[in-house]
Design a protein around this ligand. Structure first.
Ligand SMILES: [Cu+2]
Length: 147
């Protein structure tokens, strides 16, 4: 009788100890699950942001030798324009007119090498005139009309 109850006590003691250890372990693992779940949520949020930021349509303007095609493009607020230099020389696109001290204050492609492209998203309605700084006497007065 005494031996049996001692064994039962030991078994129940071990069971209790095991339960405590399991609880501690699962507590720890649930904490790490919680943090990894949190970063998973963050990643999901980042994905949402990534999905949200490239709103609108990307419109292509081709930069050919001494011309933007089309010279005037009309887009919606939130759309982007992508200038692609398909010529064999360097071009450029920046807002404003040649000689304007504020030229390039909104967008500036910097040097567009042959084959290179530059994309700018327009978030405010307006009529944006732009030109090529490398050929300001030939490539000016182009427009992005955002409405
Ligand atoms: Cu040019």
């Amino acid at each position: 009788m005494k031996k049996k109850s001692l064994i039962l006590w030991l078994v129940s003691g071990l069971a209790t100890l095991t339960a405590i250890l399991l609880a501690a372990f699962s507590c720890g693992s649930s904490t790490s699950n919680g943090s990894s779940g949190g970063s998973g949520d963050d990643a999901a949020d980042d994905d949402d942001n990534d999905d949200a930021s490239p709103t609108g349509t990307v419109h292509d303007v081709t930069v050919v030798d001494y011309a933007f095609e089309p010279m005037t493009i009309t887009i919606a607020v939130g759309d982007s324009v992508r200038w692609t230099n398909t010529s064999t020389m360097q071009h450029h696109a920046e807002n404003g007119n040649p000689g304007d001290p504020n030229a390039g204050d909104l967008f500036d492609s910097h040097t567009l090498n042959p084959g290179a492209s530059y994309t700018f998203q327009f978030t405010t309605a307006g009529d944006y005139v732009y030109f090529c700084a490398f050929h300001p006497t030939l490539m000016f007065g182009a427009h992005v009309i955002v409405q």
